[in-house]
Design a protein around this ligand. Structure first.
Ligand code: ADP
Ligand code: ZN
Length: 220
């Protein structure tokens, strides 16, 4: 039996953090279109250049590109289950994902909606930085490194901020979310796949709520 879940929520909702826990504790494989696109932009190709420009403005990359990236992963990777993080972000992407999974005899088992206040998102995102080596996520105010400039987890000094974690791009990202992604909440609600969790709670509590959903669908 395989388990496939979607993490849905606005930028800064904490999808990446929860995905990391699920990877560590349940052996699922995280498919983050944001990470794939950040990788693509370093490829030096024309596609990478276009992607970089769109991402830095905070706009969505075309459905065609992200669906292609996901298709490629699904066709080449084997896993007990996938966590879709940052995908789907539009209704056409959601339909494409259903079709791709159906073609593999798989399905989405749960959509975990991370609910957060808009006002919190700006603060969360503007202080955010990550470790380029191990991926740990930090925050200037709420979760600084113990030693400035050094990752607590792996000791790397390769700490970085995303080019789109600034006020202008964030405004566009939020607009894109409400215009194009938030309709997915109704879509998955109607399919009886939606499981809301309180993304404003402390990280451990959010983790417990996510774990409860996973246990409920048999995702041990
Ligand atoms: P966040 O959830 O913090 O906005 P992501 O890393 O998921 O961050 O995405 C960063 C950027 O990558 C988005 O603003 C968008 O430009 C692009 N992107 C990621 N996933 C998708 C997607 N499924 N469809 C279109 N664009 C995407
Ligand atoms: Zn690290």
């Amino acid at each position: 039996m395989t388990i496939n879940i979607i993490l849905l929520g606005p930028p800064g909702a904490g999808k990446g953090t929860q995905a990391r826990t699920l990877v560590e504790e349940r052996g699922l494989v995280q498919l983050s279109t944001g990470d794939m696109l950040r990788e693509a932009r370093t490829s030096g190709t024309e596609m990478g250049r276009v992607v970089a420009e769109v991402m830095d403005k905070g706009q969505l990359v075309t459905d065609e590109i992200v669906i292609g990236l996901i298709r490629e992963k699904l066709e080449t990777m084997d896993a007990p289950g996938f966590i879709f993080d940052g995908f789907p972000r539009t209704l056409p992407q959601a339909d494409a994902l259903n079709d791709l999974l159906a073609g593999m005899g798989r399905q989405i088992d749960a959509v975990i909606e991370m609910q957060v206040d808009d006002t919190a998102l700006v603060d969360r995102i503007s202080g955010r930085f990550t470790c380029g080596n191990c991926g740990e996520v930090y925050h200037d105010q709420t979760k600084p490194t113990a030693k400035p400039g050094v990752c607590d987890v792996c000791g790397s000094t390769d700490l970085k901020r995303r080019a789109d974690d600034n006020a202008d791009s964030l405004k566009t990202r939020l607009l894109e979310y409400y215009k194009k992604t938030s309709p997915l909440i109704g879509y998955y609600y109607a399919k009886k796949q939606l499981h809301p969790v309180d993304g404003m709670a402390e990280m451990d509590e959010v983790g417990r709520q996510v774990a409860a959903v996973m246990d409920g669908i048999g995702g041990r």
